[in-house]
Design a binder for this molecule. Sequence first.
Ligand SMILES: [Zn+2]
Length: 188
Amino acid sequence: MKSLEEILAFNEKFVENKDYEAFITDKFPDKRMVILSCMDTRLVELLPKAMNIRNGDVKIIKTAGAVVSHPFGSVMRSIMVAIYELKADEVYVIGHHDCGMSAVSVDKMVEKMKERNVSPEIFSTLEHSGIDIEAWLRGFKDVSESVQNSVEVIKNHPLMPGDVNVHGLVIDPATGKLDVVVDGSKNK
Ligand SMILES: [Zn+2]
């Protein structure tokens, strides 16, 4: 795989030249925030820059669509660890306009899986094991609504401490402009 070779060659120089020194920090977020955002490529550098976030400032969790799809899945677990173990005391759910998860067609994705030789029997086996592929892959129609839902899941989680603010925002992936959907410091 070519990209792995390129990465390793770059990495050797990076470490050799001590380029890491500009990033030295510890594991505790200086701004005591945990952010759940989307894995979208446009947000890799834009989101931290648009929020004045630097290395060491925050915990960032990324998923497709910035969605908490299960209250006891790995995203929620990461949020819990950030709060209880790493001293985060504010949660930001940040979706974005033009999100790939708002355009996901489950049928088409299943078709692509079949084209790439996932056997059709697999789907019936999963179905019989109680796994709802459709619900698992499904995206959302409205990003603000989706952010609001995830905020609710986090805020109302039975293991969530009451003193943590949970905010919901939507970012523009072109300009970095943030719009507030839920201000977690209000209506507590
Ligand atoms: Zn997205």
